[in-house]
Design a protein around this ligand. Sequence first.
Ligand code: ADP
Ligand code: MG
Ligand code: ZN
Length: 484
Amino acid sequence: MSVGTVEQRYETVVGLEVHVELATRSKMFCSCPTDFGAPPNTQVCPVCLGLPGALPVPNARAIEYALRAALALGCEIDRECRWDRKNYHYPDLPKGYQITQYARPLARHGTLRYAGGDGERSVRIRRLHMEEDTGKSTHEGMPGGTTGVDLNRAGVPLIEIVSEPDIRGPEDARLYLQSLRTVLLYTRVSDVKMEEGSLRCDANVSLRPVGTQAYGALVEVKNMNSFRSVQRALEYEVHRQAAALDAGERIVRETRHWDEKRGVTFPSRSKEEAHDYRYFPEPDLGPCALTEAYVEQVRASLPEAPGARQARYERLGLPAHDAGVLVADPALALYFDRMLAGGAAPREGASLLTVELLGRLNALGVTVGESGCRVQPEQLAALQELVASGVISGKIAKDVLDEMVAGGADPQAVVARRGLQQISDDGAIVDAVRSAIAVNPQSVADFRAGKKQALGFLVGQVMKATKGKANPAKVNEILARELG
Ligand code: ADP
Ligand code: MG
Ligand code: ZN
C-alpha cells in the first residue's frame, strides 16, 4: 500500500562528488602542457607515463588554484596535507595508480550557500582534495573493435569536492551544482564546463521514509554531462528506488550509469567497485608545506564572492532576479561594477546592460569582456547619464547604442554629431503639438469623445515630427493643455 506521491512518502538524500579540472598550463606533477585537443599521446613524458625512475614534482600553480577554490568554499586548510597512491588497474592509467589525497586532504568542512527552490540552502562540504586526472579510452577512428588510449589528459590537475549528504532532491542537486560552478568561476581556477568535462559530477542518492532519520542505502550515479541531465538522472533514480521500496525490496549499494538517450539509469560494473584501492602514502612526495602567510595572501587575493555580490546589488536596489543575472556571469558582474564606478544609476544601468547591450551583442555572437564588444563600461555609464539628465530620451539612447556597438564611439560624440539632444524647449514643442492637432481633427474629436488611445496617437505624431527628440513628458503635458 502506498498513499501519497513519492515526494510525500520519501525524502531524497543526495551527496555529490564533483571533479574540477584546473586551468593550469602544465600538468600536476610534470611540465607537460595541458592543451585540449592535441593529437593523442603528444603531451606525455616519463613522469605522467609512470616510467620507472621518473619523479613527480608538484605544480605550485595547481596547489594555489586548489587553495583558491577551497578558501572560496569556506574550508579549513590542512597546511601539511599529504599525497597518497590510489591503486587500481585500468587501461587509461598506465602507472597502475593515481596520485591523490586520502587521509590528509587539502581542505575540509566548507559550506556552499545558494538560493534553493524554496529558500536559502546551506550544504556542508566534507572535503576538497587535489589529484591527477587519468587518460582517456577512445573507440573513434580505431580499427574494428579495438580501443585506443590517449594519455594527454593523464596527470592534468583536478580537485575533487565532496559534499555531505545535505542535498534534498534532484532540483536541489542541480542548483547546488550550478552555484558551485559560479563560485568556482569567480576564483578563475577552471573554465568549469560540464559539456567539455572540466566539471564532472557523480551523484549519490538514497531515499528514506519522510520523518525518519537513518539514511537508506545509496546508489552512485555516473555519466551525466549537463546540469539538466544531473536533475533528470536523479528524478529517474528517485522513482526507481521508490517503486522498489514500495514493492518491499531492499536497495543494494551499487553504481549505475545514466543513459541520456533512453532517460534511464542502469547498473554498471565500475572500475571502482571491483577493487580495493589499497591507498598508501606516496613515497616520492613529502607533505605540502603551506605557510600561514601564503594561505592568507591567497585568501586576500580572492574576488568578492557571488553571494556577497548578490546582496550588494540588491542593496543598490536591483530586483533579485536582475542581480542574479549579473552575478551568474563574472565577466558581466565586473562590467557592471565598472559601470557603477563610471557613475551609472544601478537599476537603469543594469537594464541598459542586460537588455539593450547584451541583446545587441547576442545578435553578433559576442559577449562583454571579449574584443568583439566595442562598448566600454564607462561609455555605457555615460549613455545612461545622458538619459538620466534629460539630454536624450530613452528611445534615442537605443539608436546611440546601435552606433556605439557598431563603431565603438563615445555616446556624447554621437549625440553631438547627429544633433540628437532632446528638445525640452517649450516653444518648439508647442509648435509641433499645434500642428499635430490641426492636421488630425478626427483624433482630436475621438479624444474629446473619451477615447484615451487617441492621445497616444497624437503624442506619436509629435514625436515623429521632432524625429523622436521631443521630451515625451513635456509633449504629454503640452498636448493635455492645448486640448483641455
Ligand atoms: P566514501 O565514498 O568515502 O565511503 P561515502 O560513501 O560516505 O564516503 O560518501 C560519498 C558521497 O556519498 C558523499 O558525497 C556523501 O555525501 C554521499 N552519501 C553518503 N551517504 C549517503 C546516503 N545515504 N545517501 C546519499 N548520499 C550519501
Ligand atoms: Mg565514493
Ligand atoms: Zn608529463
